[in-house]
Design a protein around this ligand. Structure first.
Ligand code: AP5
Length: 216
């Protein structure tokens, strides 16, 4: 088993980069944000617990997250390679992941930190549009669809996430600073953190990550 992590503030490009990297690396993309949004849509017990936290831009409680990640990892085989996006987000979640990896005789091998200025993060989030049908992610200026409001891949309708409103975005950035940024030191101390400039074109970041993975 192997696990790598894409760490970074909301809007840094974790989901976009994960989609590009997974195609060429064999890593399974696990996004706790996507799992929670699916649970909210399906109105499961997890979704009902998570909804109000997500809408306010707050973190969903650790026990809920730990439950869904454990469940997801229990479905994978011994040879599975996980690429986490949006997880872990607290020290408690990071320690849990370490424990699960240790139980499997492995460890987190790399953490890619996507760094960007606050201005860039806010402009990326406010311009983000997502396909209601297939989940493809666009940006109204940076990565626009060929026809406004319509997904290039499947023709689905593009929409804006509820928690991408300006007020909620600013809270999400604060929450990142207060509760998640401590993970930078946590992984740096283990010498597995690699800092990447998230303002680069996505293909540049993808290539850098693939190059590092091919060497390990
Ligand atoms: P989650 O879905 O994980 O959201 P997030 O971390 O806030 O990250 P985003 O999805 O906003 O950004 P991203 O970095 O993936 O950027 P993207 O690639 O889309 O979490 C949502 C909520 O769920 C949380 O607030 C919390 O409530 C809850 N939650 C989830 N996980 C949790 C956990 N572990 N613990 C507790 N609670 C949890 O890119 C953004 C935009 O920029 C897009 O439009 C994209 O097209 C564009 N873009 C991306 N890269 C580039 C580039 N290189 N150049 C130009 N444009 C780019």
């Amino acid at each position: 088993m192997d696990a790598i992590i894409l760490l970074g503030a909301p809007g840094a490009g974790k989901g976009t980069i994960a989609d590009l990297v997974k195609e060429k690396s064999g890593y399974l993309h696990v996004s706790t944000g996507d799992m929670l949004r699916a649970a909210v849509k399906a109105q499961t017990a997890v979704g009902l617990k998570a909804k109000s936290f997500m809408e306010a831009g707050e973190l969903v409680p650790d026990e809920v997250i730990i439950g869904i990640v454990r469940e997801r990892m229990a479905q994978g085989g011994q040879d599975e390679k996980y690429m986490f996006d949006g997880f872990p987000r607290t020290l408690e979640q990071a320690r849990l992941l370490d424990a699960v990896m240790e139980e499997a005789g492995s460890r987190v091998s790399r953490v890619f930190l996507l760094e960007a200025s606050k201005e860039l993060l806010v402009s990326r989030i406010s311009g983000r549009r997502i396909c209601r049908n297939c989940g493809a992610v666009y940006h109204v200026q940076n990565i626009p669809p060929q026809v406004e409001g319509v997904c290039d891949s499947c023709g689905g309708e593009l929409y804006q996430r509820k928690d991408d409103s300006e007020e909620t975005v600013l809270n999400r950035l604060e929450v990142y600073k207060k509760q998640t940024a401590a993970l930078i030191d946590y992984y740096d101390a283990k010498s597995i953190l690699l800092r990447l400039d998230a303002s680069q074109p996505k293909e540049v970041t993808q290539a850098r990550i693939l190059e590092v993975l091919s060497r390990s």
